[in-house]
Design a binder for this molecule. Structure first.
Ligand code: ADP
Length: 480
């Protein structure tokens, strides 16, 4: 058996208190790619204690000093792009080309927040009385517990930890149990970047037990989470006990709207990006495709043509465009959505099956799929599919498509393709979503706010917006 990889607590690589391990398997081949210590709330408690002790020193460094550590991290992550991308691909199946993009995105976050650390400004406000002065300063919230998912195993960590550290917080991270290897490599880089002990801690372990420690431990002042709406609600409820700060990036059910005046080729490419990238396993992925009835056939034909050319395979192959799903549970959910649609009258016009021949036989591969004759009762129309499957729903006019698009408990991302400028503005303003891509199927950037309306979450990652989530505002009144 491979050597056990460890957690990083208080500047040391340690085994889980309970002595347990988990094995990580490549979802394309079923091969073992590593064995990792797998602890629980006890390890989390040690890590929180270390982070609490380190807080006094870290929060009192000058912004420029904190910035230097983050800049070191930027350089290290950028220089280890290929290695990190290889680990991501091996542990969760993402095509290497995409994984390299993810790692560069993570590096960019460290650079961005190395700069942002220096811009934590306050205010002075004119007083209403002559013998007082008003000063407003921003200070770090304290120890942050971060919980991240497997779909962007490196960048989700960077997006939380970089602003938290820039703000002066110390951190305990729990990555997803299926992707701890890239997190471990990232923490080796944190160590190499010279972060003082206890400032960043990595706990790999049982989600409920670690999560409960984060909720119960009063030293944790903020929980930053990306994952399912179900778990987000549990954490928010738990956080209420000590009125902990939360930021939540939860599920989505993105509408993608193609008007009759759209550039259809651009719309097909945009849809490919937003639906099939990462095998459809992104919270901003398209889930419902609304196409104006006048271009329904033309658009559907172009889309099917594009999908038939898409290369599905092991993410480590250079030309792979669509990798496997992360695990069997994910595969079964996607197959269930397809079967449910078929049973309720849906018609498959492309794909629709698991791939099982030859090299595909060991992995969790599914054909890129398009379903038509869709009705609202189908699971695919309201539950997050998290796979390379899209339902097409025709529409007649702008008002009706806005109503259908907004008819969701989610509100993360929405996409619109149209060449009409006035409509671009109308749509951008009327969609109840935190991110709207107008003629853009891949709208995320480091400096832009990322987050959802409704049950898609609370707070924003990205840009200066993310800093707010890790800072408290303090009003100081001076009598003079
Ligand atoms: P997914 O279904 O995409 O895996 P989850 O919300 O289950 O989404 O997982 C996202 C992250 O939340 C992972 O790191 C996972 O281990 C963690 N998680 C799952 N359940 C809990 C829980 N009860 N408390 C805290 N974290 C949890």
């Amino acid at each position: 058996m491979a050597e056990q990889k460890l957690m990083y607590i208080n500047g040391e690589w340690v085994k889980a208190e309970n002595g347990e391990t988990i094995e990580i398997l490549n979802p394309a081949t079923g091969e073992s790619v590593g064995v990792v210590s797998y602890g629980d709330g006890r390890d989390a408690a040690k890590a929180v204690a270390a982070a609490a002790e380190a807080f006094a020193g870290w929060s009192k460094l000058t912004a420029r000093e904190r910035s230097k550590y983050l800049y070191n991290m930027y350089e290290l992550v950028r220089n280890h792009r290929d290695e990190l991308a290889g680990i991501i691909s091996a542990e969760m199946g993402k095509p290497v080309r995409e994984a390299k993009g993810e790692v560069l995105g993570a590096a960019d976050n460290f650079m961005w927040y190395a700069e942002e650390a220096k811009r934590i400004y306050g205010d002075t406000i004119p007083s209403s009385v002559p013998n007082k002065r008003i000063m407003v300063i921003r200070q770090p919230v304290g120890v942050v517990a971060a919980i991240t998912p497997w779909n962007f195993p490196v960048n989700m960590i960077a997006r939380k930890l970089a602003p938290a550290l820039a703000a002066g917080c110390t951190v305990v991270l729990k990555p997803a149990e299926s992707t701890p290897l890239s997190a471990i490599r990232l923490f080796e880089l944190f160590e190499q970047a010279g972060f003082p002990k206890g400032v960043v801690n990595l706990v790999i372990g049982k989600p409920e037990s670690v999560g409960q420690e984060f909720i119960d431990n009063p030293k944790v002042r903020k929980i930053a989470f990306t994952g399912s709406t179900r778990v987000g609600k549990l954490l928010m409820e738990g956080a209420a006990k000590h009125v902990k700060r939360v930021s939540l990036e939860l599920g989505g059910h993105a509408p993608f709207i193609v008007f009759d005046d759209a550039n259809l080729d651009a719309a097909v490419e945009g849809l490919f990006e937003s639906k099939y990238r990462n095998s459809g396993q992104m919270c901003i992925c398209t889930n419902r495709l609304y196409v104006h009835e006048a271009v329904l056939d033309a658009f559907t034909n172009k889309l099917v043509e594009r999908l038939k050319k898409a290369k599905v395979g092991d993410g480590r192959n250079k030309d792979t465009e669509i990798g496997p799903l992360v695990n069997e549970r994910a595969l079964n959910k996607v197959l269930d959505h397809i079967d449910d649609a078929k049973a309720k009258g849906g018609r498959i016009v492309c794909g629709g099956h698991r791939l099982t021949e030859g090299d595909y036989s060991k992995g969790f591969f599914i054909e890129p799929t398009v379903i038509v004759d869709v009705t609202q009762e189908m699971k695919i129309c309201h539950e997050e599919t998290f796979g390379p499957v899209v339902p097409i729903i025709p529409f007649k006019d702008e008002a009706s498509v806005v109503a259908m698009a907004n008819d969701s408990n989610y509100g993360l991302a929405a996409y619109v393709y149209t060449e009409n400028n006035s409509r671009c503005f109308r749509m951008a303003e009327s969609l109840e979503y935190g991110i709207v891509g107008i003629n853009d199927g891949a709208p995320t950037q480091t400096q832009a706010p990322f987050g959802g309306f409704k049950e898609s979450g609370i707070g924003r990652e990205g840009g200066y917006y993310a800093m707010e989530g890790f800072l408290e505002i303090k009003f100081v009144s001076f009598g003079i």
